[in-house]
Design a protein around this ligand. Structure first.
Ligand code: ADP
Ligand code: MG
Length: 547
């Protein structure tokens, strides 16, 4: 607490006091001081004090020994007062009271014990001056013992006693007052520090918390609007601050009148990108220092994603149940279907069947075949077999498929370009891998009317993503120059039973999606109407070469 500023003030104050004193002595006290060249001594003394003050200020500038500097000031002051008293007639000097100032400065600048030391020093010095004067010991200094002796020993003793008592009393009073002031000052400082820390803590919590926090005042104007609230609402804090809540977040307007009690609810909000959002809020009333209402704190959360996921989960659940049931049904239908198709084939061989009958039989056979195909696709989709993952040479798998498909009428006029690099290996179930590319190639070929090209490209992507241990992937794209699809169609291609074809089952891409998913892969489709379609697959790679 020994701060530089206070010491500087003290020194300046002393310069002021001493200057005032000098002026007062020159004007009013000339006679007493003028005796025996006292004025000259006084002038020198004041000059020395100026010099000393200047030196002290310089020392203060370059040193941190505050305590030593203060000791020097106090000692200098006491010395100054003593000299002043000597010069102005000792027992008759009116300046003994200046000792009090020294004692008070010691108590304010240092501590209570230092105030006592200073008081004791003053007692000794003042007592010595009076005694020495009385016994004529100060004659060499030009101080006459006569005034003191005129007063008599009793009075001198009384004077010394009185001053001593008052010096000590001053030390006691000033010391305890200063002590008390120091204590309350330090308590205040501590409190100020606590407030600052609290404030910092508070603001960092508010800004980093992962929930949208805002406060409104009694007039319904927004005061706090944290970073997450900005993220949620897409509104900047600067745009929200001091604006009415009902204007910034209209969905909350109807709850505002009830903010006087804890409240929670949900409301619709249109995000910055125009997407509808579902936000939940919790509000707690705020109170002022006297317990009067002062607005509310509102905590916002985004429920959109959660609600969507809930809905998807419910739907998936339902679909799983329906899938299970229908798979069983499909299985049951396939058995009688096989019987029907077998019987019709036998009947068709009978002699009595004429041309017309045979044509009807062939329709029955074709349709039962189609039905069987649909059921097979469906069963595969609804109940995929557990994949037997092995390392597959992708280029070879596709080459085999191409030769198998070369006789297929759907691929007439379609050139398939296998651009998969040699040595690229994926970890996949062999049959399911063939099935994926079979479905994709057939789709591509069906989208091409007349002549066209289907290109298959692949590349190894090493450690994709941010994590260091991310697995390698193979990116495969199947691009055709077919009719392409509209945006709405692209969104639905993976839906089971979505088809735009007359005899289509709409299970091809749904099955591909499911297979890719069970292998931990990813699939995307991009398409331009009239230009063609690109299906891109990301499959787990096997970095070591296939055995
Ligand atoms: P299906 O082939 O039985 O119709 P899919 O699941 O294989 O069923 O395909 C669903 C639908 O997606 C198709 O009916 C078609 O409209 C569209 N589609 C799929 N692949 C392509 C493609 N390569 N080009 C254009 N449209 C496609
Ligand atoms: Mg298909």
């Amino acid at each position: 607490m020994l701060d530089r500023k206070r010491i500087v003030w003290f020194i300046l104050l002393r310069v002021l006091v001493i200057s005032g004193l000098l002026a007062a002595i020159i004007i009013f006290g000339r006679q007493e001081a003028a005796a025996e060249g006292g004025l000259a001594v006084l002038a020198r003394l004041v000059l020395a004090t100026y010099l000393f003050s200047l030196l002290s200020l310089v020392a203060l500038r370059y040193s941190r020994q505050f305590r030593t500097i203060i000791y020097a000031q106090i000692v200098w002051d006491v010395f100054l007062v003593t000299t002043l008293i000597l010069v102005t007639g000792c027992v008759n000097s009116p300046y003994a009271f200046l000792y009090f100032l020294s004692i008070i400065s010691a108590s304010t600048l240092l501590s209570r014990s230092e105030a006592y030391y200073t008081a004791s020093l003053c007692v000794i010095l003042y007592g010595a001056i009076l005694d020495f004067q009385y016994y004529g010991k100060l004659a060499p200094l030009g101080v006459s013992p006569v005034p003191a002796q005129q007063y008599g020993a009793g009075y001198i003793f009384y004077l010394i006693f009185l001053y001593s008592a008052f010096f000590l009393l001053t030390a006691y009073l000033a010391g305890s007052l200063a002590e008390r002031a120091r204590l309350s000052e330090s308590a205040l400082q501590e409190k100020a520090i606590d407030y600052q820390e609290l404030e910092r803590l508070n603001s960092s919590i508010v800004s980093t918390i992962d929930s949208g926090l805002l406060t409104v005042n009694q007039e319904g104007r927004i005061r706090v609007f944290n970073r997450y609230a900005e993220l949620l609402t897409g509104i900047l804090q600067t745009d929200a601050y001091d604006h009415p809540l009902a204007e910034v977040i209209p969905g909350l307007a109807r709850f505002e009148s009830e903010f006087c009690r804890p409240l929670q609810g949900e409301f619709q909000y249109t995000g910055a990108d125009g997407e509808p959002m579902l936000l939940s809020f919790k509000s707690v009333p705020l109170t002022g220092q006297e317990g009067e209402p002062a607005g509310a704190v509102v905590d916002l959360h985004d429920l959109t994603q959660m609600r969507r996921m809930e809905g998807e989960l419910k739907r998936a659940d339902r679909l799983a149940a329906v899938g299970e049931l229908s798979a069983r049904m499909a299985h049951e239908i396939r058995n009688p279907l096989a019987a029907i198709s077998g019987s019709v084939q036998l009947v068709a061989l009978r002699e009595w069947a004429d041309e017309k009958d045979r044509r009807l039989f062939s329709i029955i056979l074709r349709e039962t075949d189609r039905l069987d195909g649909l059921l097979r696709d469906f069963l595969f989709y609804a109940k995929p077999t557990q994949p037997n993952k092995v390392a597959l040479n992708l280029r070879r798998v596709i080459a085999d498929l191409c030769s198998l498909l070369s006789t297929d009428p759907r691929l007439e006029g379609v050139r398939v370009e296998n651009r998969v690099p040699e040595g690229l290996v994926v970890v996949f179930d062999k049959d399911q891998c063939s099935q994926i590319f079979w479905n994709l190639l057939v789709n591509g070929a069906e989208a091409i009317s007349g002549d066209g090209v289907i290109e298959i490209e692949a590349a190894l992507l090493r450690g994709q993503g941010s994590g260091a241990g991310d697995p390698d992937q193979v990116r495969i794209s199947v691009r055709d120059t077919g009719s392409g699809m509209s945006g709405a169609q692209v969104k639905r291609v993976f839906e089971p039973f979505f088809t735009t074809k007359k005899g289509g089952t709409g299970l091809g891409l749904a099955t591909v999606y499911r297979i890719v998913e069970t292998h931990g892969g990813r699939i995307t489709v991009s398409s331009l109407e009239g230009e063609g379609t690109t299906v891109t697959l990301f499959l787990p790679a096997e970095t070591r070469a296939e055995g």
